[in-house]
Design a binder for this molecule. Structure first.
Ligand SMILES: C[S@@+](CC[C@H](N)C(=O)[O-])C[C@H]1O[C@@H](n2cnc3c(N)ncnc32)[C@H](O)[C@@H]1O
Length: 257
């Protein structure tokens, strides 16, 4: 927590007072951030232009509703909470952020500091995607599953869990496999899971082809799957995969209901 400062502050507003501001800056600098969160008054947790631009681009590719007034949102693998706070800023009535690995290994300080500085009401709990249970956590209008699938040992089991807690739309962003050939087959690279990877190269985490992603979502019970963004430069990547004899990858965004 952050004693004496910013109880009900909204995103984009200036932090109150110079002392609080200086202390906030000190605390921000002491943390290794994943996300560029705008804490107000020109203070961004990762101010580098290219990082902020990357997240602007991601928000565009994700095509989240501009207005989330009254909606409930679950952010799976929230880390510092950039997308949780963004949904709250867009008017969501309830936002729940969950995570495991990043909070366990790198700490939750970034999330908690941003939460306090923004005067946020986002709820958070340490919970694995594998343990999501609608009887315990409820169901959500919007479920964000961004950059998590390729960390998983058993992606299909987690998609089953996500189906259970999704009342509206699941937004899944992941790396998609771009092999030289056979990209239309439901292929996925094997990954033993974070903490078990034993030197497995990052590019060989659990990465599905677009067809595999669609079929896994269908198998989990999502009846409508809408591909919103496909890997860019796919033809070049296929050629590169052919030359290097190694599949390539690119960003995939799907909305599933
Ligand atoms: C690449 S980061 C993505 C963070 C954020 N969602 C984003 O898109 O910027 C992956 C996140 O997923 C979390 N994660 C990995 N496996 C998880 C699991 N089984 N359950 C919940 N969170 C998980 C990690 O701890 C990390 O915060």
């Amino acid at each position: 927590m952050f004693p004496g400062m910013i109880e009900q502050q909204t995103a984009g507003a200036a932090p109150r007072g110079d002392v609080d501001r200086a202390e906030l800056e000190r605390r921000v600098r002491a943390i290794k951030w994943c996300h560029p969160i705008d804490l107000g008054g020109g203070l961004v947790t990762r101010p580098e232009w290219h990082v902020r631009q990357r997240f602007v681009r991601r928000l565009r590719f994700l095509s989240l509703p501009e207005d989330l007034t009254g909606k409930s949102v679950l952010d799976v693998g929230a880390w510092d909470g950039f997308f949780s706070f963004e949904c709250e800023r867009r008017g969501a009535a309830r936002v729940v952020a969950i995570d495991t690995y990043a909070w366990d290994v790198h700490g939750k300080d970034g999330f908690l500091l941003a939460h306090s500085a923004l005067g946020s009401k986002v709820e958070s709990m340490r919970l694995a995607a594998e343990d999501l249970d609608p009887q315990v956590i409820g169901q959500f209008d919007l479920v964000l599953f961004l950059g998590v699938l390729y960390h998983l040992r058993s992606p299909i089991d987690v998609l089953d869990c996500l189906r259970g807690v999704t009342r509206g739309t699941l937004v899944c962003e992941t790396h998609a496999l771009v092999p030289a050939l056979h990209g239309r087959y439901p292929l996925i690279s094997f990954f033993p899971g974070d903490g078990h990877e034993r030197g497995t190269r990052y590019e060989f985490t659990a990465i599905p082809t677009i067809e595999c992603m669609k079929q896994m979502l269908a198998a989990a019970g999502f009846t409508q799957v809408d591909v919103r963004h496909r890997p860019s430069l796919a033809i070049l990547k296929r050629l590169k995969a052919l030359v290097l004899n190694r599949p390539q990858s690119g960003r995939l965004v799907v909305h599933a209901r």
